[in-house]
Structures are given as structure tokens and as C-alpha cells.
Design a protein around this ligand. Sequence first.
Ligand code: SDX
Length: 424
Amino acid sequence: MPESVTITDNRTGQSIEDPIVEGGVSAAEWAKLLPGIWFYDPGFSATAECESAITYIDGEAGVLEYRGYPIEELAEHSTYLEVAYLLLKGELPNQAQLSSFTSDVTTHTFIHENVKRFLEGFHYDAHPMGMLVSEVAALSTFYPEAKHIDDPAVRMDQILRLIAKMPTLAAATHRFSSGKPFVYPDDTLSFAENFLSMMWKTSEPHFQADPALVRAIDLLFILHADHEQNCSTTTMRVVGSAQADPYSACAAACAALYGPLHGGANEAVLRMLTSIGDISEVPAFVQAVKEGKGRLQGFGHRVYKNYDPRAKIIRKAAYDVFEVVGKNPLLDIALKLEETALADEYFISRRLYPNVDFYSGLIYQAMGFPVEMFTVLFAIPRTAGWMAHWNEMLESKQKIARPRQLYSGSPTRAYVPIEARDAE
Ligand code: SDX
């Protein structure tokens, strides 16, 4: 049987055969046969917006691979910076390449002093994600050369800057919100440890984090680094396709991630667990969800119709963190919620499983991060994925994103002077 589909316009009897290539069929062929007739696919549930070699997900099997490497193996053996290199370059680095990449990132961790003044303009209780989106957008004014997006060397400079500066910007929002002085990057520390230093350092001359917590943060950064065409990465590609500078495109991606249906879910999970309050309240909460009164935050996924492989790894890692900082009392509620939902027909029939956000917040909270910082913790590592997709999109010379619509508005009509319009 040929690997193709045949499309027939029954109005004319005309047909075309469209080959199935790498799991997709070209819409260009459709457009030739049926000009002006569009595929209607709100939310792009069945649309491939691009071709990408970066990340592969099999939602049915619960598989996630970065450049062909299973997430479970990267989680066990790799580091966030090594994964960032892999996502950007397509291959794992050798020792010399990793050392050079690490040093390149390390030299870009500082932010312009004016960015701190910019932060001080925010209200005392500004949400850190609102501040981060603004800080990232502001960076576009400090590096005007970033507009030369057609120059691969210029692109790589901005990619290094964004990967390197996100932890600094993120920690700065927390220090501002908590009324503490900013902590400068410490280039003698690893990526994850430097972030913890900028978050928590007080008067000690040199910050020292518990190695188990450094490992936990680095692991969470690996797990959040990329996830193919999720909402924020699609945003990065769409804004980038207009040839906007990478800081403006990254700010847009951050804004998309802020949404509670996307990266904001980890914060929503903690608020949900806190509002449930006690394990005895779980059945009533689940019943309310089934009656359509709200959603089970941290459950469900557009692609995974199986357990999110990242959630499995995070669930296990939580215990390593709790060994150090003590168990998060909300864990028992989360475990009971999961056990109840996975045995309930409502969730089974809708193929709803825990996703990456269901357990991550429990770790963050146990490590002392304020709930408002959780999505910021997602944005830091996802910057590597956003940058890899942005670079891949530009290298592929993809055209500006400009989808069509099905028009359901008013037919043509003449202007009516205000005097002649209905009184009410
Ligand atoms: C991330 O795309 C990515 O890759 C994202 C991400 C990444 O790494 O970038 O993986 C990160 O964003 C994870 C998802 C985090 N969001 C949440 O946990 C918020 C809660 N989950 C959802 O709202 C929902 O599951 C989505 C948004 C994640 C997916 O929604 P879809 O694919 O649009 O599914 P849907 O809304 O059409 O739901 C299908 C059915 C509906 O029921 P019916 O109308 O058929 O009766 O399932 C129900 C929904 O009501 N449903 C839920 C539910 N999620 C879906 N019911 C209760 N609780 C939920 N969480």
C-alpha cells in the first residue's frame, strides 16, 4: 500500500495524491487542489507547524527524547549545561567542547546594572513572572546587534547571553520581592549552584549549597529544558519568524509559559494542594472536578495520553530532596490525589495522568522557593529549548507565521450614520 493519502474534491471529482512523509502530509498539495479551503484546527491539535530534529515525544508510549537520547538517561547521567549544548548543537559535547561552552555561559551571567534599577520600578508585590517577562524584553535594548538574526555568530552570542542571564534575572526578581540585596553571579560555582547562591546567599563570604539540592535543581533543569512544540516554544518560533530579535521573542515565550494551562500549572498545583488542605478532603475535591468545578492541576496533557516520563523522574527525585530538607506535608495529599484519579473512570476515560508540573512544585516548595517563583524556575531551563528552536527555525529559513481563518462575521454592509442608528 502506498504511503500516501488521496484527497478528492467531490464538487469537481478532481483528486490529488499526497505522500505521507515523516508522519505528515503537505498542506501545499491541499492548497493546490482546494484554494481558499482551509484546515480548521484551533489549538493546532492536529497540525505540524514545522519540521524539527530537536525533541521527540511519543504521547501514547510516554516517551521523551532530546536529540534521540531518552530523558531517563539524560536525567541520570547528564547536566543541564551539557543538555543545553545537546539541544543547540545536536550532539553531546566532548570534554573540550563542554568546558568551552560552560566558560562561554559563565562569562555572560552578569546583567547590566541598569536592569536592577528597572526592577526597582516594580510594585513590592509584583509577580516574579511579570518581572521576568519585562526584564527579558528590556535586554533587547541593551544588545541592539541582536537584530542581525541572519548572522549565526550574532545568534550564538545572544543564545549564550540568554541561557546565562536567565538565572541572574530570575534570582534578581526574588531578591527584589523579598527586600534583599541583589547577589552577583559567582563564576566559581556550577550553573545550578550559582543560581542557588544568587537566590539564598546572605552574609557568608562564599555560598555553599547542599550537593543533593544542587543535583535536584540541575535535574529539574534537564527535565524542563525542552518539549517540542509546546505553547511557549511555538510562541518563540512564531515571533521569531517575523525576524524579531531573540530577546523580544523570548519575552513572548516567557509570557506564554506564565499561563496556568502551561508553565503556570506548577504554581496552580501547590495552590490546589494547599486549598485541599487535608488528605481526607481529596475525595470531595475529585468529585468537584468531575462535576466540572475546576481542574485537577498538574494532570492531563495535549500530547501525553500516558504518564509524563518527567513526572515519574521528579516523583522519585522528590524523596532525595525531602531527605535533606524534610518531607513536604502536601506530598501525602498529592499521592492520594494521584492514586484516586488514576483509579477513577472520569480521568481514565480522558487519559489524564500526572504531568511534569504535578510534583515539581512540591520539591521547589520544600527547597524554600516561594510559590510565585515556580514558573520562573520553569523558564530558566526552557530558555535552552526556546533558543534551540529559534535557531533551528531561522536556519531552515522558515517563512513568517501567518495562518488563515474561517470567517464567521457579518456579510458586507454599508456604513450607517450615528443619527440613523437604533436609539438603544
Ligand atoms: C505543560 O505542551 C507541552 O508540552 C506543555 C509542557 C511543556 O513541557 O512545555 O508539557 C508543560 O504545560 C504541562 C501541562 C500543565 N497544565 C496543567 O497541568 C493544567 C491542567 N491541565 C489542563 O488544563 C489540560 O490537561 C491541558 C491544558 C494540559 C491539556 O488540555 P487539552 O489537551 O486541550 O485537553 P482538553 O482541555 O480538551 O481536555 C480534554 C478533556 C476535557 O473533558 P471533556 O470536555 O471531554 O469532558 O479532559 C478534561 C477536559 O475537561 N481535562 C481535565 C483536565 N485536563 C483535561 N479535567 C480535569 N482536570 C484536568 N487537569
